[in-house]
Ligand binder design. Structure first.
Ligand code: SAH
Ligand code: SF4
Ligand code: F3S
Length: 489
């Protein structure tokens, strides 16, 4: 393809990226002519909500520069936004990448990009350079805001383009974003993590904790609400430490930020993720309790119920402190749902430690628990610990824990049957088109008869039947149902 002249590049980073969006548009126009049709892209996201939000940024840029989205990976430009929190996430990427390579052999004009957390690991880059030469562009988590510029570089280069930064203190605002849902959106309130839990790779691949300014967050939400969003999810690895590294003029706590967000007219529901138990304040509980918009759900990862293991994990709370916190939350908000993450098989974990975890599961009465088998992440302190647990022991503990979790969550969920609650309708049911699927304030899912015109609306639904993790119900009324919802609490 013909090379374009690049000159007079703006200094301000946002302007700079808009400049490259214009450049990239010209390359995509040329490609359109060459192919005789609009070129397509497909972004595949692995991992957490932060990655999902990052993918929306990629889609925003790709649509701006003239690509058209498609669901399948036989697109002209395929991007994998990767996760590396557990090894199986990595293996999935390598597996699917092999299949993409075969596709590219048949369609040489196809382009492939990889980004996200996995790319921040030097060993991954080495492997890609050696065995996956067909990848066109590789970048990391810190320079995702440069995507438009990187795409231009990719068009100009015949070789693999690799740009990975070790860290960044930049937060670039106001770049294009294309939301997956019209009526709800995630919002980053902070990036990175400073906690260094001993098993976790996130601080290494996402860098140090950086909070966005309250003003930027509020402005972004206001814009989203003006564009039809009624539910937002505030995102951070540890939202409870929001604001700590802001300059004095901007500084506020997470609870104070929630109060500001609550004031936004037209916004109906506020969610947030994730809460680290060590930083969840009384102030936050109070704000939540008095709020009519903050959803009745706290995701509060426990990881282990054994104080000894928690210490080894560097979680900085004990079993007792965690249970006290749960008690405090439930006393303030009896209808709150508390969900958690558990890791089974951390180095040195014994059957007695698992007993402690099960004790917490029973006492805390979790509404749901995501149970993960410990995965050794190179470079983390836990990877160097000597007493790694055998596979058989992990399997046995995992099954024991899962059984307890299922018993617990099923009995918690059953308590909702017969109640009428507020539901945000999210989509048509995949299997039965006469049903729609929505979410309760407490984040559980309900299916009920309805048509797609309800999508994006808050409706009142009577919960009729509990299926363990989800419900069947019937709609009682359409439209905003604040009153009935308030009665329900
Ligand atoms: N910041 C969040 C968690 C982000 S990672 C928090 O602290 O709560 C999401 C979950 O993945 C974690 O809660 C943990 O349960 C799990 N996880 C992280 N590292 C893991 C590892 N090495 N092996 C298994 N599970 C892990
Ligand atoms: Fe990982 Fe711990 Fe940070 Fe969560 S708080 S991202 S588990 S280091
Ligand atoms: Fe995975 Fe990165 Fe999220 S490692 S869990 S995608 S922060």
């Amino acid at each position: 393809m013909e090379q374009l002249q690049i000159n007079n590049i703006p200094e301000n980073e946002t302007d700079r990226q808009f400049y490259f969006i214009e450049q990239a548009k010209k390359y995509v126009e040329n490609l359109t002519e060459e192919l005789g049709r609009t070129p397509t892209f497909c972004v595949t996201t692995f991992g957490c909500q932060m990655n999902a939000r990052d993918s929306e940024k990629l889609v925003g840029i790709l649509e701006q520069i003239g690509y058209e989205e498609q669901d399948t990976e036989d697109a002209d430009f395929v991007i994998y936004n990767t996760c590396t929190v557990r090894d199986n996430a990595n293996q999935k990427v390598y597996g699917r990448l092999g299949a993409l390579g075969t596709k590219k052999k048949k369609n040489p004009h196809m382009r492939i990009a990889l980004c996200g957390c996995m790319m921040q690991e030097p060993s991954v880059i080495e492997k890609l350079k050696k065995s996956y030469r067909f990848v066109d562009l590789i970048f990391g988590t810190h320079n995702i805001f440069k995507f438009a510029e990187l795409v231009v570089t990719m068009f100009q280069s015949k070789r693999m383009v690799i740009d990975i930064w070790k860290d960044t203190d930049q937060i670039v605002e106001d770049l294009p974003i294309e939301r997956k849902y019209k009526f709800k959106s995630g919002i980053n309130i902070m990036f990175g993590c400073n906690n260094f839990c001993s098993y976790c790779i996130v601080p290494y691949v996402r860098g140090r904790e950086r909070s966005r300014k309250p003003k930027d967050i509020i402005q972004e939400i206001e814009k989203l609400v003006a564009d039809g969003v009624i539910e937002i999810m505030l995102l951070g690895q540890n939202v409870n430490s929001y604001g700590k590294n802001l300059e004095e003029v901007d500084r506020m706590t997470f609870a104070q930020l929630l109060l500001e967000v609550e004031k936004i007219e037209g916004l109906q529901r506020i969610r947030f993720m994730t809460s680290h138990p060590k930083d969840l304040s009384d102030e936050l509980i109070e704000v939540m309790k008095n709020s009519s918009k903050i959803c009745r759900h706290i995701h509060l990862p426990l990881q282990s119920g054994s104080s000894r293991i928690l210490k080894e994990m560097n979680r900085r709370y004990t079993k007792e402190q965690y249970l006290e916190l749960v008690e405090k939350i439930r006393t303030a908000m009896p209808d709150v749902s508390i969900t958690t993450d558990l890791i089974i098989g951390f180095p040195g974990e014994t059957a007695a430690d698992i007993d402690e975890t099960m004790d917490v599961i029973r006492k805390a009465q979790f509404d749901n628990a995501f149970t993960f088998i410990y995965s050794k992440r190179t470079g983390t302190p836990a990877a160097a610990m000597e007493n790694q647990v055998s596979q058989e022991q992990v399997k046995e503990s995992f099954d024991r824990v899962l059984e307890t979790v299922h018993e617990m969550t099923a009995s918690r969920a059953a308590a909702m049957v017969g109640k009428t609650v507020e539901v945000l309708v999210e989509e048509q049911n995949e299997h039965d088109h006469n049903l729609v699927t929505g979410k309760l304030s407490n984040n559980t899912i309900v299916h009920f008869p309805g048509d797609p015109s309800l999508i994006g609306k808050l409706v009142s639904v009577k919960i009729e039947e509990c299926k363990g993790f989800y419900y069947f119900g019937t709609m009682e009324s359409e439209g905003e149902s604040r009153y009935e919802y308030a009665v329900e609490r």
